[in-house]
Design a protein around this ligand. Structure first.
Ligand SMILES: [Zn+2]
Length: 281
């Protein structure tokens, strides 16, 4: 069990599996030599294909409330008729987290590797996987990911499987900007990766942490924040959010928790020879 205490708040690292990407798939303009310099420092972030990433999900317990940050990739391969093991569900069980006890599902954004287990589909129809939770999302992401043109570009089925039914199920709570989610847990907008990408500030006593979602996609992103990152919807806005969030975390000595950092996914930012680096905890 991988747990972290931020004051009175308990963070548990969960995972829904791993993904591999060719480096040029994520960073089409970056020469390979840039990444070669990091292979020795972060061997866990590479495999034969290129980048090797965790699909992180985080459970937070604070003041009697339970919050889940993102819901992973979902039934792996389901779209191709070859669903893999329900890793997140098994990991929750192994960590004593029950779907019925989650009060809020905090969605950093609506990319497919963050919403996969939102809904459960079976012979009885579709329903929220977390039956007593409200699903909290920024308005700007809902607008972008429900745009007709966006959906008509081959994305409607995946959207229907994971987030489009949420309003009719009366479990979607749209917020705009900063908002309190539970004691010591606050939404902190970090737009750019997607229009409504949000991070979460964790504060308890004198301790602080930031769940940074996909603002950083790998440990290398901390040191190389300005390369074109293909998954970012808006390059300039994403770069600004990346700089702002990393500056905030560094200046307050926060623990940083990333969706795609190697499990458990938390670390601190350190300075070495004038550059900023990820240091896993
Ligand atoms: Zn992601």
């Amino acid at each position: 069990m991988a747990q972290l205490k931020i004051g009175d708040i308990t963070v548990t690292a969960l995972s829904d599996g791993r993904m591999s990407f060719a480096t040029t798939n994520l960073f089409p303009e970056t020469p390979e030599a840039v990444w070669d310099g990091y292979r020795e420092r972060f061997p866990e972030a590479f495999d034969a294909q290129g980048f090797y990433t965790n699909i992180g999900v985080f459970h937070l317990a604070s003041g009697g409330k339970q919050v889940l940050v993102d819901t992973g990739l979902g039934p792996h391969g389901a779209a191709g008729g070859r669903p893999g093991p329900p890793e997140l569900m098994e990991d929750m069980q192994a960590n004593g987290v029950s779907t019925g006890e989650i009060d809020s599902v905090f969605l950093t954004h609506l990319h497919g590797d963050h919403v996969g287990w939102n809904l459960t589909h079976d012979a009885n129809g579709s329903r929220p996987t977390f039956p007593n939770a409200k699903y909290v999302l920024q308005q700007a992401d809902w607008g972008h990911f429900t745009d007709e043109e966006f959906l008509n570009a081959g994305r409607r089925d995946a959207a229907q499987d994971t987030y489009l039914p949420l309003p009719d199920m009366r479990v979607l709570e749209l917020i705009d900007g900063e908002a309190n989610i539970a004691p010591g847990l606050d939404a902190y907008p970090t737009p750019g990766h997607t229009p409504g990408h949000q991070s979460m500030l964790i504060s308890s006593g004198n301790e602080r942490a930031l769940i940074i979602g996909d603002v950083i996609g790998s440990p290398m992103h901390v040191t190389e924040p300005d390369h074109l990152y293909r998954p970012d919807v808006n390059r300039e806005q994403a770069q600004k959010s990346r700089h702002d969030a990393l500056d905030l975390a560094e200046s307050h000595d926060m623990v940083v928790i990333g969706s795609h950092m190697t499990r458990p996914g938390w670390g601190r930012l350190i300075r070495w020879e004038g550059r900023r680096y990820w240091q896993a905890l």
